[in-house]
Design a protein around this ligand. Structure first.
Ligand code: DLZ
Length: 158
């Protein structure tokens, strides 16, 4: 980083920030673990419980609509989307993934609020176990960390 130019960088300090989390009920066992990781991360970085709200939708396909409502209501610094899409024998998962990633990017850019993609896409249940914190890393937690950093960055930008 060049110390001579003005540089903006988000901090990992969630104190006073408000977060909305949208969770897909499909593959709920894994998504609950992602949610636990996300909330834990937000609290550890200084967010207050009263400043975290969640909504459950039937499946990942439905996440963008609710993320949009949260992002545009003026109440939250960031929105975190959590879901688990497991590739099956049909192309269904690919369609769901494409719509969710496109939808969330659009909501984020249009609303000006960070909307963080915490949807885990896996080829099988073993990968879902690994990535949802049942074994090691928790993608919900890393999505929450990204949300804090982006919310902090946006608070600083002109
Ligand atoms: C239908 C479906 C399938 C086959 N797989 C998943 C999945 O792995 N993860 C997920 O979050 N949702 C899945 N869904 C449900 C869709 O996201 C959506 O809820 C339905 O198609 C109804 O619009």
């Amino acid at each position: 980083m060049n110390a001579e130019v003005k540089t903006y960088e988000g901090l990992l300090d969630a104190k006073g920030m408000r977060f909305a989390i949208v969770c897909a009920r499909f593959n709920e066992f894994f998504v609950s673990h992602l949610l636990g990781g996300a909330v834990d991360c937000l609290l550890r970085h200084g967010a207050a419980k009263k400043d975290i709200e969640t909504a459950w939708v039937p499946g990942s396909f439905e996440i963008p609509l609710v993320a949009k409502r949260f992002a545009t209501c003026g109440k939250f610094d960031a929105v975190i989307a959590l879901g688990v899409v497991i590739q099956g024998s049909t192309a269904h998962a690919s369609y769901v993934n494409a719509e969710v990633s496109k939808g969330l990017a659009q909501v984020s850019v249009e609303s000006g609020i960070p909307v963080i993609y915490g949807v885990v896409t896996t080829e099988n249940i073993d990968q879902a176990i690994e990535r949802s914190g049942c074994k090691a890393g928790n993608r919900g937690s890393s999505a929450a960390e990204t949300a804090i950093e982006m919310a902090s960055l946006l608070r600083q930008l002109p």
